[in-house]
Design a protein around this ligand. Sequence first.
Ligand code: TYD
Ligand code: MG
Length: 455
Amino acid sequence: MKKNEKTTFICQSCGYQTPKWMGKCPDCNEWQTFVEETQKKEPCRFDKTGSISGTQEPVPINSIELIKEHRLLTGIKEFDRVLGGGLVSGSLVLIGGDPGIGKSTLMLQALHGLAIKGCKVLYVSGEESIKQIKIRSERLSTASSDMLVVSEIDLETIISMVDKYKPGVLVIDSIQTMFNGDLNSAPGSVSQVRESTMHLMLMAKKTGIPTFLVGHVTKDGAIAGPRIMEHMVDTVLYFEGDRNHVFRILRAVKNRFGSTNEIGVFEMKDKGLDEVTNPSAVFLSERPENTPGSIVTASVEGTRPILIEIQGLAGNTTLGTPRRTILGLDHNRVSLLVAVMERKLGFQLMGHDIFMNVAGGVRVDEPAVDMGIIAAVASSFLDRSIAGGTVVIGEVGLTGEVRAISHTDIRVSEIKKMGFTRCLVPASNLKRMSAIPGIEVIGIHNISQAMEILF
Ligand code: TYD
Ligand code: MG
């Protein structure tokens, strides 16, 4: 081993480092995740060449002049919105998602959008040969002379390629395949991923080339080498969705240049990803009307209200412990609400299995959909349907009170826009709301009152 090298054991799941091997990671509690990796003491070649912004001295913050950021648009509106209104120069964007969810497809389509506007783009694939990329590109009809593609995993070669061709936008698909010759660990290991991200980050900041990094996620949903990467990049987008469903949701979980929790909705078709500009209509399109166990509620993702259908099924259990199978909602939240229903409404749900689902394979974690969960379970338990034009929103507390939620106005506007005629909102929100003609808005104080109105 060379003098300036040291070996460390690194947890491949969370990046925890230790000088000795361990069976269980004390940080993330995963077993058998430590791998011995050699690290150079001076890992970063760019370190001594200058700082990211070019300023060396601290300056008063009010003396810094901001020129209005020019943002590059990919032409895919859903994508541009999630980015915060287009791509910022020098930004590093991480796109994570399960294998096969459509990350490479999205990247090719976004690059095509830029290339047809005359922006030279470079797509580096470490996973597919250029022939494979071409086949995909034909399927997506994304061929353009301004789109350069290369199949390469060596980081140094990629960096000199960027120097030579000076693309307007760069895509690395995927960061887990990148190989840095300075390290002897395999591509995909924590040190390789960290080093490659670091070099690409510095390159993006120095050259101003917006760079996308595609990252795979591990089985429990984290990007491999996760925490170390997430803080180095400017924006983290997750591409999620059920592979068996056609809908894909692109979610911003971190964005230095825009709102987080903004989402973009896409539909996977045989010719690539299609934008879904009115997700409410799509998510509600197959809703069975006047059927027990189905209710519509409004969730706000970022700045956009989306109506979703929550389905509940409560049936007598044959097991000692009743089952709670929840898809698309928070498991603990549902358990909590079911306990509140037992206590405050007197529903004997202990003897019932409860199954819940959000139609369309969407996931909602907002407390504002609590009332929707309660209404869906109650409707199935009582076997009584809820009147077709009704939507419920509101957070529910442990004593059965309905609590105020945010963005009531935009939710109710969307509810009205989608043709619903009656909406139950928290009473405290109703007081502060301006009247919206054409829809009956009812304020509710607690869940018993809501049950009286609904059933
Ligand atoms: P891909 O972009 O390769 O996923 P990732 O890069 O995230 O691993 O997407 C692959 C899936 O998308 C694959 O199952 C096939 C499907 N697909 C379509 O349905 N239509 C298309 O036009 C393309 C290119 C892929
Ligand atoms: Mg791919």
